[in-house]
Design a protein around this ligand. Sequence first.
Ligand code: SAH
Length: 204
Amino acid sequence: MVDRQIVARGVKDERVLAAMRKVPRHEFLPEALRGMVYGDSALPLGDGQTMSQPYMVALMTELLGLTGAERVLEIGTGSGYQAAVLAELCGKVYTVERIKTLADKARATLDRLGYKSVAIKVYDGTYGWKEMAPFDAIMVTAGSPDIPAPLVEQLKEGGRMVIPVGDRYGQELKKVTKTADGTIVERSVPCVFVPLIGNHGWKE
Ligand code: SAH
């Protein structure tokens, strides 16, 4: 999976590649899907939500430029797989999920695999996680109409955020860097994510 789908498409960060090799993706999905889990596609994880394609997980992670000690916020816990990949690469992961059944399942999986540095909260993640801010990096794993202002606020100066921005059916991955006088927004690849539903995202 890593060589064919991820290295071949240009992801180079060795730490990211090692994390992708290490985290057992199949553990985060229902038994019925396990035959497909290392394929080059997104997969359904229940409640109408999807786990991203391995390449997208790796690319988004690489764009955050993690070196080991960071505190990272993820919006959209889903299965917990991306949170586990992040946990391999930083000091502490805070992840927010709006659907409680998914958060509960993710918690159970992460506990079973020993990911103790991941904290999960059930809430509208478009508000971020104010009590734990500021963050060195933020990853949004659902598609947003815009860059939610609370997330920019909760990013440290010099911090990076990756977020798919666009309409409900297609987005572009953006990398947002917070500077002393605002933000720098860089464009990455086209992508398709389930909608970010919340006060600073899509209305239900
Ligand atoms: N990162 C996940 C996949 C995320 S799919 C993984 O590795 O498996 C997108 C997730 O975002 C879904 O679980 C969806 O319920 C969640 N979501 C959508 N809007 C949200 C919001 N406002 N706050 C928190 N989670 C949200």
